[in-house]
Design a protein around this ligand. Sequence first.
Ligand code: EPU
Length: 437
Amino acid sequence: MIQGGSALKGTVTLSGAKNVALKLIIASLLCEGRVVLTNVPRIGDVEELLHLMIDLGVGINWKDKHELEIDPTTLKNHKVDLLYGSKTRVSFMLFAPLLHRFGRALIPNPGGCRIGERPIDRHIEMLRAFGAQVEYDSSTGYYSAKANSGLKTAKFRFSKPTHTGTELAIMLASLIEGQSTIENCAREPEIDDLIAFLAMAGVKIERNDDVISVWGVSKLKNNKEPFTISFDRNEAVTYASFALATKGDIEIIGASRETLSSFIEKVREAGAGVEEKDNSIRFFYQGPLKATEIVTDVSPGFMTDWQAPWAVLMTQAEGVSTIHERIFENRFSYAPELIKLGAKFEYFSPPVENREDFYHFNWKAENASPQAVRIYGKTKLHNGVLKVTDLRAGATLLIAASVASGESVVLGASIIDRGYETIEVKLRQMGANIKRV
Ligand code: EPU
C-alpha cells in the first residue's frame, strides 16, 4: 500500500548485484573447496537458487547477513529439481558445473521473468561447440546434456550477444585445459565480476571488446579471501528514478559513474541534477523535466532494465518522449498499469531497416508487435490498484504509485522481492509512505 505525493529524500545504500550474485553462487561449484562471497543480496532470486543448491547436495552457510559460504564438495546430484529449476531463470547455468563434475546434466526449461520468449538456443549452440551433446525432451520439459567424450576447447561466435550465455561459456571454458575464444560476447559489466572471481581461482581470462579468451585449467582453487560482489546498478537506477519522479533528492551509496554513464547522460538531458561523489551519486530534481528519446541497447548503452522506471519519469516530463526496446520483445507490460493511473501511452513501430539484425531477440515477422512507445507528458497520475508482471515493472509501479495522488495498492509485491532487498524499508527511510500488508 502506498500513499503517493511525497518527495523522497535522503540516502540509500545499494545491495550487492543480483545478476552477479546468482552467477558467482553457480561458479563456486566449479571450485575445489569452500568459497566465501560477501555483499550477497538477501533477495528472493538468491534464496530460490540456494534452495536449488541445497537440493543438489551443496553446503550453504550464511556466515553473516550478507556473507555466504558455499561448499561444493558435497554436490551429489546432476539433475535439477523441476520445481526449484522453474523458479529461477539462471538454473540452466548449472550446465557448466554439472557437466564438469558428472559429465552429464538434466536441467528443466528455465523459469524467470516473462519479458519475452527467452529461448536458450544460443546457449545450446555454444555448449555443443564445446563438445556437449544436448537434447530437449518436450514430454518432460528437461534439457539433457552429456559430455561422453569430454569437453574440449572451442573458438565460438555467438550469433547475437547474450549476457548469461557469455557467462556460461566463460564458466565452461574455465575448466577445460587450454585456450578457448568466445566472440560477439555481451559487454555487461556484471560479467567482469565473474571474470575477476575466476581469475582469483587461477583462470587467465582476457576481455577485449566483445572477444573473450579463456585459458582453462584442470582445477579451480577456492578463494582465500571472501570475494566481494559489486553494487547493483539496476537498483541504483530504480532509486534515482524515485528521486526524480517524486521531485526529491537521493544520494545513492555504492553507485558508480562507470556502470551508469548512459543513464546519467539521459538524466542530464532530461534536465535533472546529478552530483558524482567518490563512492556515491546524488540525483535531484531541479525544475521541470524534459522529454527524451531512448533506444535500449547492450552495455554501455541504455539498458533494457532501465526503460520501465524511466517511463514513469517521462510521464512527468513536458512533451512527447519515446522508448524503443531492442533487447526483449515484451518489456512494456507496465504500460497498461500506468495507463490505469492516467498516463498517456501510444504503441508504435519505428522504421527499422533490418529488424532481424537490429533486435537482440530472435525477431520474426509473424510474431512482431510494436517495439516502441510514445509517452505524452506531463500527466497528473492518480491512485489505482496495480498488478506486478515482472521484476523491473514491479519496481516501476512502486515509483508510479509514489508519484500518484492518493493511496494505491500494488499486488504481487513478492515479485519485486526477487531482485530488491527490503525495498519498503529503504523507501520508508527516504520518506515514502509505504507498508506491506
Ligand atoms: N536470446 C535468445 N536466445 C538465447 C539467448 C538470448 O533469443 O539463447 C534473446 C533473449 O530472449 C533476449 C536477448 O536475446 O531477447 C538478450 O538476452 P540475454 O541472454 O542477453 O539476456 P539474459 O542473459 O537472459 C540478462 C539479465 C537480465 C538483463 C539482460 C540484459 C540475468 C540473470 N539476467 O538476461 O536481467 O535484462 O541480461 O542485460 O543476468 C533482470 O535483472 O530483471 C533481468 C531481466
